[in-house]
Write a protein that binds this ligand. Structure first.
Ligand code: SAH
Ligand code: F3S
Length: 496
């Protein structure tokens, strides 16, 4: 017998809406019960996710809890949905404004279908609270990143009070920071691929002067070690080979162990590498201040750690770093990278940059350009500084015109793009480690996977034997450049 089970995956590689699994004949699978008591009629959830990987992970979890509690299924067709959820991002003003323009479109859908339930979660919800319903009175539920596990209750409350205007309902807004309890209420993780995110800590206590995260996600809180390992065990048993540890300040992890002592990030990496089936470990996003020598040692000791590090630096100028309250200098950053290169010569680096921070002089900008050229990043994310209300940097005088900021960003991104291109070309002739993930859509005689440095790698393989290689770590000799993020090659050997 096969049954369709709720599948929470929303990221693009796995944008399938159902997962077919073979169920044991003896197991009984109850028809989903909706809150209206209608057996067999599954409500459908559409979810729009903005922002970081943490939000992608959280969206999965929202779908998990609604699937588990209400038998809801995910849909990728908004016109099919009974519940619309928006998981928002407020890191930059643009992202925040998108929320209200998108909600305007959803209002029109609700006018046609008044039973539609609309929920807004994530960082904008956390920051705006009941203001969301002041600007968008048709929104039924508002919840923050730390209260997504309470979605089923919020949904029930809004259903029960359907005849009352959303803003007058009770118990349909929850943007509190209830410690780390969210994780205790999440169902067992389900997977349908070979890679999975695992959130190990929430929030951030670094308070960089430009950033809203400490205010929207709260202060840092680490999940206990055993909880993290239990989730990874379960994922590995379901076939996951690559774990991506997530946190806003991931290498600041300080999780409690069984005996009450504290497990730091480097030690966690060792534990994860020992989980049967886990062949690759990534993590994001790390802070230079927490990039301690024991983490560098882990690169020397753990082959499972990929040869790629995303370490945001934000600026190449010491004056700007100080104004950003990053609490380190450029020399500290370069020194860390050099130490890492000494133990992992093939390390690929990427970073985040903010261009046009208040007071950024021409020289400051040149320093940032020079740093990018010197370190030759594999790829990077760069944005114009966006003033966020409530953050200390919002009070700083800003004498740099927007047109100057735009010109600087364009100049900077050219350096970054050139370096990404050069890196992909340099791969030709080298051998790279690849996690094989799928048969290429448009080339059925080829398999596709991801290299340590996040490039997509395609190689030919015997069509009848492709299943054998899915989920395996292989080495591939790169033969051709295809695009900045993709190369082609030939299989050398199966590694694991
Ligand atoms: N924890 C990470 C950053 C998380 S936020 C760190 O250690 O830096 C992700 C990225 O968004 C940041 O690295 C920064 O480059 C960008 N960002 C955050 N606030 C911003 C703002 N106000 N304007 C522009 N970019 C911003
Ligand atoms: Fe933001 Fe700085 Fe933390 S960028 S997420 S406050 S490390």
């Amino acid at each position: 017998m096969s049954v369709t089970v709720f599948n929470p995956r929303i990221n693009d590689v796995a944008a399938k809406s159902t997962l077919l699994v073979a169920a044991d004949e003896s197991s009984s699978v109850a028809a989903p019960v909706t809150t209206d008591g209608n057996k067999g009629v599954s409500k459908k959830v559409f979810i729009a996710t903005q922002g970081c990987q943490m939000n992608v992970y959280d969206s999965d979890k929202m779908l998990d809890v609604l699937g588990d509690s209400h038998g809801m299924e995910v849909t990728h067709n908004i016109d099919d949905a009974d519940v619309l959820l928006m998981n928002t991002c407020s890191i930059r003003e643009k992202a925040q404004e998108k929320v209200f323009s998108e909600l305007g479109r959803w209002r029109k859908l609700k006018e046609k279908r008044p039973d539609l339930v609309i929920g807004v979660g994530g960082c904008v919800a956390s920051q705006e609270g009941d203001n969301i319903q002041k600007r968008a009175p048709y929104v039924d539920m508002v919840f923050g990143p730390q209260t997504l596990h309470r979605l089923p209750e919020l949904y029930d409350q809004s259903n029960e009070q359907r005849d009352i205007a959303p803003k007058n309902r009770i118990g349909t807004i929850d943007i509190s920071f209830p410690s780390i309890e969210k994780f205790d209420f999440l169902p067992e993780p389900k997977v349908d691929g070979y890679k999975a995110f695992v959130s190990i800590m929430e929030g951030c206590s670094k308070y960089c002067s430009f950033c809203v995260v400490p205010y929207t996600r709260g202060e840092e809180l680490s999940r206990p070690l055993d909880d993290v390992l239990a989730e990874i065990d379960s994922l590995a048993e379901q076939g996951v080979r690559e774990i991506n540890l997530l946190g806003q300040n991931v290498n600041g992890y300080r999780g409690e162990k069984d005996d009450g002592s504290i497990c730091r990030f480097a030690e966690l990496l060792h534990y994860v590498s020992h989980v049967d089936g886990v062949e690759r470990i990534r993590y994001t996003t790390s802070h230079p201040l927490e990039f301690t020598d024991d983490i560098i040692d882990a690169y020397a000791q753990l082959p499972e750690l990929v040869s790629h590090l995303h370490l945001p630096v934000q600026s190449g100028s010491n004056a700007i770093l100080a104004a950003m309250k990053r609490n380190h200098t450029i020399d500290v950053y370069i020194n860390q990278i050099n130490k890492l290169k000494a133990v992992r010569p093939d390390i690929h680096l990427s970073s985040d940059f903010i261009i046009g921070f208040p007071g950024e002089s021409d020289q400051d900008f040149q320093d940032t350009l020079n740093l990018a050229k010197e370190l030759n990043f594999d790829h990077s994310y760069s944005f114009i500084y966006s003033k966020r209300p409530g953050t200390p940097a919002a009070e700083l005088p800003d004498d740099v015109s927007f047109s100057t900021k735009k010109a600087r960003l364009a100049e900077f991104q050219k350096v970054i793009i050139d370096s990404t291109l050069a890196k992909s070309h340099e791969m030709v002739g080298t051998t790279t480690r690849v996690l094989v993930e799928q048969v290429a859509n448009r080339h059925p005689d080829c398999l596709i996977g991801t290299a340590d440095n996040t490039r997509t790698v395609m190689f030919k393989y015997d069509v009848d034997k492709m299943d054998e290689l899915l989920g395996k770590i292989v080495s591939v000799k790169v033969t051709d450049f295809v695009s900045p993020h993709m190369v082609k090659g030939e299989l050398v050997e199966v590694l694991a």
